[in-house]
Design a protein around this ligand. Structure first.
Ligand code: PEP
Ligand code: MG
Length: 585
């Protein structure tokens, strides 16, 4: 028995046999083709490229309606790579000019293209190098005459692989789990595993070499641990944990229609974060009281052309209609740093997170921004919409945004296109400067929403996508907590709504703390909604608030840490059990 540690992508615990997929790379034959055979060799390569084009097309056509929404976009990325002249044409040139065989020509061009991606500091762009290798592997399989399909994996198993192409992931929907050598939290593999709701661990380095086919595995998607050939006591322990977590999930479902109200009667709004309009339905079914964050940038990524006003309007309207009268908070384009646009690559910029991100980019591209503002305003004719602007820092950025919103409204009035004249406009608090001058924001805006993911990154100077400093990314650092508390307090003082929509809102260990700071609107991944709701049902704000304000008075991390621990553990005697018993079945 031994264990391997990587990055958990979620999905719970799974126990099953390993199915180790063949190595991502093949032994690539390398030889010179006689000059008489060069033309035929180019034709052989072109046929393989054509076959893979067909495979990708067929995968796209056969995507089921419930396929993850990212799947189609990923297939499109692979099709684009396949036709990239730096791959296909460069390989043809190598055959013609150097006389190499098709396999070697293609593999070496793929390696050099992937190496260019590896140079990027940006984690998202580095991941694209893997896509190049995955596309090349498909072509190599086709050249070898084996076709590009994933081998039949028989009965459900935990798939172990160096890497899995997105198209192949889709063919593995019945997998129990994924243990993958490569990738980080922004890799396509991680994105797909999350949307398929299959437990997964990525970044395991050499799992595919160390694990043997058919070996028993325990994979914990929460902690990122894979235990290989577990002995009986460990198996028993994890079976127990697995059963307990299933039971807990089932029990939680009883809370679906219970109002999110604390023991002392404070009503809390629980909203959902979504990336694409198709996710709104699931958010509503998970009991969300609205969408607290629709990250619109996902409509803009992985494509050559930006979506125009009409296409965006359709997408926003779809989310609004799916929410059937519940509010939808649409955030304007937040690109840059770890979310680059094809048209706005930031690879050569030293500090993209401090560069032309989000609102800075939008204000530099007013026509594009105005089209988005009009699309969002038009969607507001179909149900309650709130507009949320990311990464604001300066008063003049807020003023300029408000002027552009007025301009977009005016244009719609002139064109007699309906929209909600009173659509609220809010800003995200995700930079310390914004939290420290929050009244400036609250005086100009209708509401604010705290983006803790970036607020932590910018307060602690920790790149949120960099694994090497991940252990320093501390959401409970006293400085971070004070900035959050300060923002919530200011909102109450000026009577303007304040929400939290970063990951901290979905972390049940932070629920009491946030309630104690006076927060009453949380927005999170739909899967966390009921867990957080349970914490709310068990909390008594009148008891928690004084403790939280004492805790905020200390800047000693150890004291804060132990006060937080006590806050989490402390419940009224028997309260947890009785609250669970009293929830309707
Ligand atoms: C945040 O920064 O907390 C946030 C919600 O925005 P994103 O994660 O999209 O940067
Ligand atoms: Mg952010």
């Amino acid at each position: 028995m031994f264990s391997i540690h990587g990055t958990g992508i979620g999905g719970g615990i799974v126990i099953g046999r390993a199915r180790v997929l063949e190595s991502r790379r093949f032994d690539v034959a390398r030889y010179h083709v006689p000059s008489a055979g060069i033309e035929a060799e180019v034709v052989r390569l072109d046929k393989a490229l054509e076959a893979v084009r067909g495979e990708l097309g067929a995968l796209g056509e056969h995507l089921s309606d419930d396929a993850p929404s990212e799947a189609r976009a990923l297939l499109e990325v692979h099709a684009m790579i396949l036709d990239d002249p730096q791959l296909a044409q460069a390989a043809r040139d190598d055959i013609v000019e150097q006389g190499w065989n098709a396999e070697w020509a293609l593999a070496s061009q793929a390696d050099s293209l992937a190496a260019q991606f590896d140079e990027f500091e940006d984690a998202y762009l580095r991941e694209r190098g893997r896509d190049v290798q995955q596309v090349a592997d498909r072509v190599l399989k086709s050249l070898a005459g084996s076709g590009g399909n994933i081998p039949c994996v028989g009965e459900p198993a935990i798939i172990v692989a160096a890497d899995i192409a997105p198209g192949d992931m889709l063919a593995l929907r019945s997998a129990l789990g994924f243990a993958i050598d490569l990738g980080g939290t922004t890799s396509h593999t991680a994105i797909l595993a999350r949307s398929m709701n299959v437990p997964a661990v990525v970044g395991l380095n050499r799992a595919s070499e160390l694990i043997l086919d058919d070996e028993w595995l325990i994979l914990d998607g929460e902690t990122g641990v894979v235990i290989v050939a577990p002995d009986e006591p460990v198996l028993a322990e994890y079976r127990h944990r697995q059963a307990a977590s299933r039971l807990e999930r089932d029990k939680l479902k009883r809370l679906l229609n219970v109002p999110a109200r604390t023991l002392d009667g404070v009503d809390v709004e629980l909203h959902a974060n979504i990336e694409l309009p198709g996710e709104a339905e699931q958010a509503r079914e998970s009991g969300a009281a609205g969408i607290g964050l629709f990250r619109s940038e996902f409509l803009f990524m992985n494509r050559a052309e930006l979506p125009g006003e009409d296409e965006q309007y359709e997408a926003y309207r779809a989310a609004v209609l799916a929410m059937r009268g519940l509010p939808v908070t649409i955030r304007t384009l937040d690109v840059g740093a770890d979310k680059p646009l094809e048209q706005h690559a930031s690879g050569s910029i030293m500090n993209p997170a401090l560069g032309q991100r989000a609102i800075r980019y939008c204000l530099a591209e007013p026509e594009m921004f105005l089209a988005q503002l009009r699309a969002i305003l038009r969607a507001s004719a179909h149900g309650p919409v709130r507009l949320l602007v990311p990464m604001l820092v300066h008063a003049h950025e807020i003023d300029q945004t408000i002027r552009l919103v007025a301009q977009a409204r005016q244009r719609l009035r002139e064109r007699r296109i309906p929209f909600d004249e009173r659509m609220p406009v809010g800003g995200m608090i995700e930079v310390p400067a914004a939290a420290l001058s929050v009244s400036l924001f609250l005086r100009r805006l209708d509401f604010v929403s705290i983006g803790t993911n970036d607020l932590i990154q910018y307060t602690l100077a920790i790149d949120r996508a960099d694994h090497s400093v991940a252990q320093l990314y501390d959401p409970f650092h006293p400085a971070v907590l004070r900035l959050i508390a300060m923002t919530i307090r200011a909102g109450r003082r000026l009577n303007k709504p304040v929400a939290v929509c970063g990951e901290l809102a979905g972390d049940r260990t932070a629920t009491r703390l946030l309630l104690g700071m006076g927060l009453s609107e949380f927005s999170m991944h739909p899967a966390s909604l009921l867990l957080v709701k349970r914490e709310i049902l068990l909390a008594d704000v009148s008891r928690i608030a004084p403790r939280v304000s004492r805790l905020l008075g200390s800047d000693d991390p150890e004291r804060v840490g132990s006060a937080l621990k006590r806050l989490l553990e402390d419940t009224h005697p028997g309260q947890r059990a009785s609250a669970q018993r009293s929830t309707p079945g």
